[in-house]
Each structure stands twice: as C-alpha cells, then as structure tokens.
Design a protein around this ligand. Structure first.
Ligand code: PXP
Length: 243
C-alpha cells in the first residue's frame, strides 16, 4: 500500500506572511493525520522562511504517525535533527534565492560529505532519505552513501507539458525506482505532485510513499485540511486497488 506524507510548510508560509501565530502548521498536522495522512513532512530551511524551530519541536511531541524532517545537509541542521530526533531525515539541496527546492542533491559531487552526514544521523537511529533526480548515476551514488532510502524528484515530470515530455520523465522515474529497489533502497517520490498528475506515478510499483505539499495546502485553503488530505488518500488508495 502506497503511503502519503503531507508537507505542511505552506500553512507556515501564510502565518509568516504576517509574522503572527496563525494559521498554525501544528494544527494542520493534526488535521492531516485525522484526514488519513501516514506522515507529516516539514522543511526547516536555513532562512526559516516558513517552518520555525518551535514548529519542529511541537510536531515532535504531537505527530502520531511519522515525522519526516526535510533539511539541508549542514552542521546546524544535523545538530537540530540529532537533538529533536525526527522519525526520518530527508536531505535536500537548498539555495536561499529559490522559491522551492529546485532539483535533487548532487550526490556525485558531494558524495564523501553526504556519506558523513548520513553516517552521523543513521548512527543516532534516524533513517536518512536522499532527494535525488531520477538519474542512474545519482541512484548508485545514493546507495553508496549508506542512506536507506531515496526520494525521487518528480519536479520535471510535474512541469512537463507535452505528452512526449511527460512520458519521457515518467520513464526516468520508473527506471530510477527499479534500480533503487534492486539496490535495496526504499523508494519515495515527490515534488509538484497533484490530485491529477499522481495517477501515472501510482503505477510505479517500487514507490512506497509520496511527499505532497503545495497542491494539498492549496485545496485545503478551499475545503479544509482534513477533507483535502482525505481526498488525496482516496486517490492514492484507488491506485493501490488498481495495481
Ligand atoms: N519533496 C521535497 C524534497 C520537497 O522539497 C518538496 C517541497 O517542499 C516536496 C517533496 C513537496 O513538493 P510540493 O509542495 O510541490 O508538493
């Protein structure tokens, strides 16, 4: 059964637009779990543009499913993760000027450094996932860091407009998922996924879990978080039944 982790960063984005105390991503996490989420994902960015340290600490207390902390592989973030002990860390590249995460980690270029961060976190009992583009070289390098899982970046697939581009990107995701699972890695996927475009990714057998944020929060702003999550869970479950 494929699972859903809901990224609640953009509830915090609305709060930070006014530097006030609402809406609270911690409340959103509770509602997402009531809606059937299998996990909650938050990205504590270096610039603290949305999620704050307080959110992470409170979520560690209240999240009953799985708390997945997305973070850059910096010394500061590793220290926070070791202190708070989320259920999983997802390492992502981070640039201050980007609107959202723009691509996967350069696992080839930063192999030794990333392997060190993975070792430190997993040595403390925190499983690590690496966010990578669907590229066979990166999948192989990810395995060699010792990380137990990867999250395949579905950003290019989500952005593709023409049928040919969509098919090409989907094929890359399928190949990467197959390769990763053959190497013994657990496989997750995310970025830019929506209620509609997730349908093809649901056919990729090796993908165990999705990380979805913006589209769910957008819908939640209209129908409420619990309903928005329930609807995405239903879409994923229909794919589970079809496969
Ligand atoms: N996975 C990773 C690694 C991300 O950085 C993000 C965005 O925070 C997501 C998944 C979720 O992407 P989206 O908000 O487009 O659903």
């Amino acid at each position: 059964m494929k699972k859903l982790c809901v990224n609640v960063d953009h509830i915090a984005t609305i709060r930070e637009a006014r530097k006030t105390n609402e809406p609270d991503p911690v409340h959103a996490a509770v509602l997402a779990e009531l809606g059937g989420a299998d996990g909650i994902t938050i990205h504590l960015r270096e610039d603290r543009r949305h999620i704050q340290d307080r959110d992470l600490r409170l979520m560690r207390e209240i999240v009953k499913t799985k708390l997945n902390l997305e973070m850059a592989a910096t010394g500061e973030m590793a220290g926070i993760a070791l202190d708070v002990k989320p259920d999983q860390v997802s390492l992502v590249p981070e640039k201050r000027e980007e609107v959202t995460t723009e691509g996967g980690l350069d696992v080839l270029g930063q192999h030794g450094y990333l392997a060190g961060v993975v070792k430190k976190l997993q040595g403390a009992g925190i499983p690590v996932s690496l966010f990578i583009d669907p590229d066979p070289r990166h999948v192989k390098a990810a395995k060699e860091t010792g990380a137990v899982s990867i999250e395949i970046n579905t950003g290019k697939y989500s952005e593709a407009k023409a049928e040919r581009g969509i098919v090409e990107e989907l094929e890359k995701i399928k190949q990467a998922a197959f390769q990763a699972a053959s190497l013994g890695l657990r496989v997750y996927a995310g970025h830019g996924l929506t209620y509609k475009n997730i349908s093809s990714i649901l056919t990729v057998a090796e993908v165990e879990e999705f990380n979805i944020g913006h589209n769910i929060v957008a819908r939640a702003s209209m129908v409420g978080m619990e309903t928005a999550v329930r609807e995405m869970v239903r879409v994923i479950q229909s794919g589970n039944r079809a496969n």
